[in-house]
Design a protein around this ligand. Sequence first.
Ligand code: NAD
Ligand code: ZN
Length: 389
Amino acid sequence: MKALCWEGVGKLSVQDVPEPAIHGAGDAIVRVRASSVCGSDLHLINGYLPAMREGDILGHEFMGEIVEVGPGVEKLRLGDRVVVGSVLACGGCWYCRTGQYSLCDNSNPQPNFTEKLWGHAPAGIIGYSHAAGGFAGSHAEYVRVPFADIGSFKVPEGVPDDAAVFASDAMPTGWMAADFCNLQGGEVVAVWGAGGVGQMAARSAQILGAQRVIVIDRLPDRLSTAADRLGVETIDYSQVDVLDTLREMTGGRGPDACIEAVGMEAHDTGPAYAYDRIKQAVRLQTDRPTAVRQAIMACRKGGTVSIVGVFSGFVDKFPLGAAMNKALVLRMGQMHAQRYIPMLLERLANKEIDPGYLATHPLPLQDGPRGYEIFEKKQDGCLRSVLHP
Ligand code: NAD
Ligand code: ZN
């Protein structure tokens, strides 16, 4: 079958690879119908996350059709149209039983040096390097889904593939970002990053009770799309001072909650560089947490800073003094797909959240490399390229 493979930093190509097979009793094989690019792939492609190997298949935000199941699968049937959460969870460990699925103890079969780097091995994630289990990704005709009963959810009838696909990642991540803010109603929420994740965080904050949502980016297309589609206010950080502007917009107090949906490749400062104690050809320290810094500095006293942008190694000049003296609540993490996807599919079906507009560039799998180039350079109004094997 054809698959989009990582061939080294910045290099992608479509290759012929063997079809996946059932390994564990709880596995399913999904024929991929739609597989989206995500900002997280940029960290992998550009070498900011450890343990990618040449030939690894990318892709983790996807939906498709069940074509084979292992003997232990009970819930799923052949032909089911499902959306799959990429962060794998066993469903039975203490973390899974307490709803903290992305911290699952049993879904990463390859514990490795990240235990030293992060104090713990992460959960397994489909298409997300050998640090996260080495699972082949979804930019392929077929993909193996371990723990399939726990992480696959039937798409309601009438929801098109190119909207359902975002219930895999952008929607649950955005929802978790807003959920972390513990909104009571009436708040002002600022969101850094107008990508798919930031826009879904903005919509989720509205649903969860925010009175005003302010989205910050420097890409005019994305800001105007967010304003038109979601009715949010916007700030172009390349044009104005973000801290001053947020203060003015909130009567001097600052937003009640600040969501960071940007991650390691935030713009506007110098290059990231390797942390030399860890002998890996990856960039484990970043001096570009610019959005995190701004979020902490902008947030009102006692407010919440919710970070869903991905970070991997060490971060420089993190304003811990501001966070401490303002008594901020800091929350962060990989999304708990299995906790949020069922509820989000209902909201998708009743159009309370309508993420289909994120699929600006539907493309055949063969055009994957170009899909990433358009996405990375944010050309032609691209929010997400969605690949169709
Ligand atoms: P994206 O690349 O489409 O969007 C990122 C946006 O941030 C871009 O529009 C960019 O212009 C903007 N930006 C860059 N620097 C900025 C700054 N200093 N201030 C404000 N905006 C800035 O990516 P995406 O798909 O929306 O993903 C966003 C982040 O969320 C990534 O880091 C991704 O890895 C992460 N993510 C996390 C999870 C999770 O489980 N926590 C899941 C999915 C994605
Ligand atoms: Zn578990």
